[in-house]
Design a protein around this ligand. Structure first.
Ligand code: GLU
Length: 452
């Protein structure tokens, strides 16, 4: 769809799969349009450049490329203009209440069974009162004057009609006492000024939306369409958060999760696809539809992600897998055996570390035998392995020939034949096809492994 969407992260931590899913839905929805990356770094203390660099890298690793980039810290002058406009129209006013006073007021309201909202202490300060407080050096926040007795209604793309009474919202802060803009304000103003047509974001922002709509109405700016998607819950049933370090993208990519697997998994968390195949970003975008966004909370399920990982490995190019397998594998596997190695182990691995294990098994003399393999070997007569060595020499690398001869000389067949052979050759009872493994390790190493 040729929408204009945005991903608007606050760079105060590493982005996790919940953030990545938000970015993905926005990118898919604007696949033929414009996907904007807006860095919301108005919290100058908690925002860090390293997080900005990292989140850009994460988006790139996932293939989510943006066509426009903005940073809120560059835009304070623009926000100042709009604050002034609101103040001139008396739609915003300075508030001198201290955090302690506000906390006390909220506590009192709660105690009397009311939902806390701004009590209105500074709503009607006279010019003289304001001037006197400013003279004393007090630093006010700026509050938005919420219109009284109004119903704010909007149609959420995911959750349908939403209604909020303006009375419940209370006047809210749009500029902090230190002069920095509050999220509600610059986020909404930027969506309008940057001509964002659709906002997909977590449902934790649903109750911010009526406030943002009121700001945009007051400034006579266009209002985007909003779709609030269900949060992804962690294994513990709690929402993922940057602060508890849950499933951050950087860590997951370092662990070896493939980008294709991640996007295929995430695209299906909160959006239904009828196509169960591994899809490219372009295909995911073609089949993305707002009507298919769901409301039910999604839980992170590693099993599902593994399923996509395996599909992604099967589909990946050898070059891609080679890079993914990493330095240790590059050291062990000879250049000439590269493609054969990759194709042999491809169906049997989920992470690069397993590729390292297979490279060790196939190209290093010493192996550590797994206990099950040791048991199989202990339960097999020595002479079976002697027959195997003879058959190996006679067959000269022809696997079928080897099996045929070993069957005849040892009298073993089926599992009794293949298991001890596999256990001795690889030190494991499971793994890729024996024929390929044997061809990769070569006759000399195989013979050594069969000698007991
Ligand atoms: N900076 C906000 C956040 O990271 C953006 C919310 C939004 O998408 O509107 O939560």
């Amino acid at each position: 769809m040729n929408h204009k969407t945005r991903f608007a992260p606050s760079p105060t931590g590493l982005i996790h799969i919940g953030n990545a899913r938000t970015a993905l839905f926005n990118a898919l929805s604007a696949y033929k349009g414009v996907f904007l990356l807006r860095i919301e770094n108005t919290d100058l203390e908690r925002s860090k450049d390293t997080y900005i660099q990292q989140l850009k890298l994460d988006l790139k690793s996932l293939g989510l490329l943006w066509q426009q980039e903005e940073k809120q810290s560059d835009r304070f002058d623009i926000y100042a203009k709009y604050y002034q406009q609101l103040e001139q129209q008396d739609l915003a006013y300075p508030c001198f209440c201290t955090p302690e006073e506000l906390a006390l007021s909220r506590k009192l309201q709660r105690a009397s069974g009311k939902a806390p909202r701004y009590a209105g202490t500074c709503t009607h300060l006279s010019e003289a009162e304001t001037a006197a407080k400013l003279d004393k050096g007090l630093k006010p926040t700026l509050r938005f004057r919420v219109p009284r007795g109004q119903n704010v209604e909007f149609n959420d793309l995911v959750r349908g009609t939403q209604q909020f009474a303006s009375y419940d919202l209370g006047d809210f802060i749009i500029r902090r006492a230190d002069g920095t803009p509050a999220f509600f304000f610059c986020n909404a103003v930027d969506d309008a000024l940057m001509e964002v047509s659709h906002v997909f974001r977590g449902e934790d922002h649903l109750t911010n939306t009526p406030r943002q709509i009121l700001i945009l109405q007051a400034l006579n700016l266009p209002i985007p369409e909003y779709g609030h998607i269900s949060l992804i819950l962690g294994n513990d049933g709690l929402p993922l958060s940057k602060r508890n370090g849950s499933q951050n993208i950087q860590g997951m990519i370092n662990d070896g999760w493939l980008a294709t697997a991640l996007v295929n998994y995430l695209a299906r968390l909160g959006h239904t696809y009828t196509d169960d195949n591994l899809l490219s970003l372009e295909q995911l975008a073609e089949q993305f539809s707002i009507e298919r966004l769901g409301r039910a909370p999604a839980r992170f399920d590693e099993q599902q992600l593994r399923h996509w990982q395996q599909s992604a490995i099967i589909k990946a190019s050898t070059e891609e897998l080679w890079q993914w397998m990493g330095e240790q594998v590059h050291q062990l596997v000879p250049e000439t055996a590269r493609d054969e190695f990759i194709n042999a182990i491809r169906p049997n691995i989920t992470f690069p570390k397993q590729a390292v294990e297979w490279a060790n098994t196939l190209f290093i003399d010493e192996i550590v035998r797994q206990p099950e393999a040791q048991t199989v070997i202990d339960n097999t007569e020595k002479k079976f392995f002697n027959h195997a060595i003879t058959a190996l020499e006679a067959s000269q690398g022809d696997y079928k020939e080897l099996i045929k001869q070993l069957k005849q000389t040892s009298g073993a067949k089926g599992k009794k034949l293949f298991m001890p052979l596999r256990a001795a050759l690889t030190g494991a009872t499971h793994g890729p096809e024996l024929a390929s493994l044997l061809s990769l390790m070569g006759t000399e190493l195989a013979k050594m492994r069969l000698r007991f």
